[in-house]
Structure formats: C-alpha cells, structure tokens
Design a protein around this ligand. Structure first.
Ligand SMILES: [Zn+2]
Length: 449
C-alpha cells in the first residue's frame, strides 16, 4: 500500500480555528476510509521568530498507508475539507497550506527544507520549487503562505529520530468555543504532573503555581498535555478534572521541547530572524535597561553583538545580571533585526548556558617600599608607585580569587514563558530517540466534532 504524508499549516487565524483541530476533522474522515496511520499525527513547530507566522507556528503532518484504489479519494477529501474549514469565515485572513508527498522515504531536499524552516526564513517560492523538484503535490492555491509550513514539515520525519515528545490535545465542544475561561481544575493538573513527573513536563509551573496547559484565545483547543510517553498521557487525561465537555482528543508526536531549532552559528554570520546558539565571551557588564530588560555585549572572535534578556524570562534575567566580562557562555535564541529602538542586530535570548566563570582577577602589585597599590608605568615598562615614586619592571600582576554568586549550568525561562520548541531542563538525558514508532491502541478519540 502506498504511504502518503499530508502536510497542513495555517488553518488558524487570530479569530479562531486551529491547524491541529482541522487535522482531527481530517483524521476522522480518513479513518472511515480504512487507511492505516503509520505514525502519530506529527505536530511540527517551525521557527518561532518569524514575524508573519500564525499563532504558535505549528504545522501538522499525517503519515498513513492508503489502499491504491483510494488514493485519489484521500486527496479529494483533504482538499475539500480544507476548503470547507478555512472558507467558512474570515477567509481573507487565511492562507492555509496543504501539501502531499507520496512515498515511503522522504527526499533529502525536504529534510534540508525542514531544517531551514525551523531555524531560518524560507521564502514561499523556494519551498514551491523544492516541492516541484521532489514531486510534492500542492492542493491549495500556490500563493498561500501556509504552504511553507505544509511542505517543509513533511521533511521533519528523519530529524524526529534524534528527539521527540508527545502532546495530547483535547478540544472543546462547539458550544464552548469562544468562552474565555476553560473549565479545568488546576489542582488536578498539579497532582497529575507530580504523579508522573518522570515523563510529563511543562504542564504545571511550580515556580508560579500555575497550570499552563490551557491556551487563552478563541481557538477550539481545551488543553494540551505534554510528555515523553503516550501511554502516560492517556492515563493523565483520565485524572484531570475537566468541567466542560471534551469533543475529541488526539496524541501528536512533536519536535516540541527538544531545542531542535537551536543551531550553532558565529556572530558574524547571524541574519535577522534566524534562530541561533552562540558560544561567546561576555565583554560588557550587564546593563538593566528600560522595561526591566537586561542586555549584555558578547563576542566570539568573529564579531560582537548585544544579547537581550527580556522581562518575561525573569529567572534568566536575574542570573544574567551576575555575569561579568570574561565569563564564557552560550546563548540560545533568535536574531532580532535592527529597528528604530535597537539600531543594531541583537539576540533575543531564550536559553543561557554558563560554561565557565571568571574566578580570579588580576590586580596591580603593592609597592614593596610603601605598600600603596602601584600603577602601570606603560606597556612593558613595569609598575610605578604613585606615592613614593618607586619603579620596577620585575613585578607582575597578582591573581586575586573572587567569590561569585553564579554557577556554571543551564538556565531557562520559567515554564509559563517558554517557547514550544524550548527543551525544559527536566528532559535533559530523557530524550526520545529512534524511528520505530508503534502506535498505542487508542491514540485518538473523536466523540462529537
Ligand atoms: Zn611606594
């Protein structure tokens, strides 16, 4: 049976709808046809710093086996359903993407395109030209910006082998969509997160005592539970007290919480909107600037750039204020283009690794005659005492141990302000790797969509 990969993106708008919600409707229709899913629906997050992205910049890929004689029907269903879903209202805001690749192995060019869409800016014409080279079918008008995500997310399959997570998304019933409050008992979320803390992550922010599973907008998502193990997500679902109807839920496999978007780059190579990891040395004292933000000049030998730590990343901000010139760090984040308020390119930091801190500083020696701290007498000319005039070029600077209130380590923002792609510290050494995906018996339940 042929294997097909259906990429979907931008089925949402600021006013409602959601690409994952659309994918559930499509899954419901496809299951009726007797297709066989070979993977969980993939929820693929792309570059979070793209300014014209839709909310969350998440695409969905369905990967399934389809009987040869039903292939045409599957494509028709996808196309018509997409049209129906996005055409209902607010159509002028939508540029939905829908693209299909038929074949067992994903072409290398799609993998490269995915990495680019995850870490950089991909123009629509570039995505379309790769799609046509490798035979990706485009099922919406070729002007739709959502095609970038739809095409490139298909190429995520190989990279997911390096690390992936799961998210169980539950959806509201139609009567509740639009009501601001999502009726969920926060205490039960806290209990579930504690009970399964080995495999669940980022569902409860213990630092701020806040459940972080619910979105706040008009979209149909009721909540999303994140974890490393699909079986545990189903168990957790049964333990969360939900006081409004759930119309459907589905487990997605995802690149979320893996740091897949953070790639090493040199400062001199950075271009606007790229994501990056930069290994550098602190060259200026941290400055607290307007709005409670902190900035720091860093250098890696290829160039210098300001790294900005914004207020929502409060933990990071506090640590950053303790850095001093000479400290060796790695910053992960994205490149902000120059603007009126920031005339130079800068890095928006979302992750800080302190590799090595300065623990000694060099001081000028004391005068052996009178005890006053000496001054430099000029380059390679030794030291001179400002008080008694004693001069010597036999003396050298004295290393002095200093105590530091900061330690090497990995620092991330509080859970409630983390990006979807950012890897929480609890997942380090708990990565999911490999490519043998065995679906659990019940990964999706659709009751009343
Ligand atoms: Zn002296």
């Amino acid at each position: 049976m042929p294997i097909i990969h259906i990429g979907l993106d931008s089925h949402d708008t600021p006013k409602g709808g959601c690409t994952t919600h659309f994918s559930i409707l499509l899954i419901k229709e496809l299951l009726k046809l007797g297709v066989e899913f070979i993977d969980y629906p993939n929820l693929i997050r792309l570059n979070p710093s793209i300014p014209w992205k839709t909310r969350g910049n998440g695409a969905v890929v369905l990967r399934l086996k389809v009987p040869e004689n039903k292939l045409a029907e599957v494509l028709d269903i996808a196309k018509n359903l997409s049209k129906e879903y996005t055409g209902k209202e607010y159509f002028k805001y939508r540029q939905p993407g829908l693209a299909v690749y038929i074949g067992k192995d994903i072409p290398h060019q799609l993998r490269v395109l995915y990495r680019k869409a995850l870490t950089d800016v991909v123009p629509l014409d570039v995505a379309l030209s790769i799609a046509s080279k490798v035979g990706v079918k485009i099922l919406v008008p070729k002007t739709h910006r959502g095609l970038v995500g739809a095409i490139s997310s298909i190429g995520a399959l190989q990279d997911l082998r390096e690390d992936y997570t799961f998210e169980l998304l539950a959806y509201r019933s139609r009567d509740y969509v639009g009501l601001r409050q999502r009726l969920i008992d926060k205490e039960s979320v806290k209990q579930v997160e504690l009970e399964y803390r080995d495999t669940l992550f980022n569902n409860y922010d213990f630092e701020f005592d806040e459940a972080v599973i619910t979105p706040h907008g008009p979209d149909p998502v009721l909540f999303g539970l994140r974890g490393n193990d699909p079986e545990v997500l189903v168990k957790a679902l049964s333990k969360i007290r939900v006081l409004e109807p759930i119309s459907a839920w589905c487990i997605f496999r995802s690149n979320q919480a893996t740091d897949a978007h953070l790639v090493y780059r040199r400062i001199s190579e950075l271009r606007p909107y790229q994501t990056c990891m930069v290994k550098a040395t602190v060259v200026s004292k941290p400055e607290a600037i307007k709005g409670g933000h902190v900035r720091l000049m860093i250098s890696d030998g290829s160039g210098k750039i300001y790294a900005y730590f914004y207020e929502p990343t409060s933990t990071l901000r506090k640590i950053t204020l303790k850095l001093i010139p000479g400290d060796q760090i790695i910053v992960g984040g994205s490149v902000r283009p120059p603007s009126r308020s920031h005339p130079y390119k800068s890095i928006n930091v979302e992750k800080l690794v302190i590799e090595k801190i300065v623990d000694t500083i060099l001081r000028n020696p004391k005068c052996p005659r009178c005890g006053k701290t000496m001054k430099s007498a000029g380059r390679n000319k030794g030291f001179k005492c400002p008080k008694c005039g004693y001069k010597s070029n036999m003396l050298s600077k004295i290393p002095i141990k200093i105590s530091r209130d900061v330690r090497p380590g990995i620092y991330t923002p509080p859970i409630r302000s983390m990006h979807h792609l950012s890897k929480p510290i609890s997942r380090i050494k708990h990565e999911n790797t490999g490519h043998r995906i065995k679906l659990i018996d019940k990964w999706c339940e659709i009751t009343s969509l």
